[in-house]
Write a new protein. Structure first.
Length: 239
């Protein structure tokens, strides 16, 4: 399936438009074992699954948007979203609401309550135009989205997602660097939206000590593992 399948099409809320119908009839089933860069997770109009755009190719999955994101990250042994939320809320420099999830290659952020929200990759956004109380978002795939969020709010969420992505890449790099800026760890695309993000104040300096994100996430991960142990696991130590 070629990129042209999505070029020129637009999705708007839960309206089952001709563009939606075209995508639903042409998209393949999503296989969680496949790896790639996800640019979009969008709840289906009938509420029974999600559209996933990976490497500019559309796929369908039976899972809701948050369930899809969690399953994908778990399948590839990436971040646990529940631990990600707790980590971000414990570190004041990171977002405490509409929390993104990241890995070494990309990040995704929800525009509404995560359970059934549209999730976007900030680096896949080409342009955002204000439309009354909505935003018209153009993606690298050529697909456009009319989303129920102000342009300023979308830009803020995207900036926080990029900052979180940069924090992850710094803390999980082979060598922990204390110098540099967040954008030294993320290559923003040369697009109108990429240039807008480059000017955001949040991305001009570090607000978090290098290594704190990694340390706090690992603490919570170890605590979760410890709590999952049963008494019989300790009984074997006496054998």
């Amino acid at each position: 399936m070629e990129k042209v399948v999505l070029a020129g099409k637009m999705l708007k809320g839960s309206i089952l438009s001709k563009d939606w119908q075209s995508i639903l009839t042409s998209a393949a089933d999503f296989r969680y074992s496949q790896l790639g860069e996800i640019s979009l997770v969008y709840p289906l109009p009938n509420g029974e699954g999600s559209l996933v755009v990976m490497d500019d190719i559309p796929y369908l999955t039976k899972e809701g948007s948050l369930a899809m994101v969690q399953k994908f990250f778990k399948t590839h042994r990436m971040m646990d979203y529940r631990l990600m939320k707790h980590t971000c809320r414990l570190l004041p420099a990171l977002p405490s609401k509409k929390i993104p999830i990241v890995n070494a290659h990309f990040g995704l952020f929800p525009i509404e309550t995560p359970e059934n929200s549209v999730w976007l990759n900030p680096l896949s956004i080409v342009n955002v135009q204000a439309q009354s109380s909505d935003s018209l978002v153009e993606l690298t795939s050529g697909l456009s989205l009319e989303l129920p969020i102000h342009r300023k709010s979308l830009t803020s969420l995207a900036s926080k997602a990029v900052y979180t992505f940069a924090t992850y890449r710094q803390d999980y790099s082979a060598v922990l660097r204390t110098a540099g800026l967040p954008l030294d760890f993320v290559s923003l695309p040369d697009t109108p939206f990429g240039r807008l993000l480059e000017r955001q104040a949040l991305l001009q300096r570090w607000l978090l000590t290098p290594g704190r994100f990694f340390d706090r996430y690992k603490q919570l991960e170890h605590l979760q593992w410890f709590r999952s142990l049963r008494e019989k696991d300790f009984d074997t130590l006496d054998d």
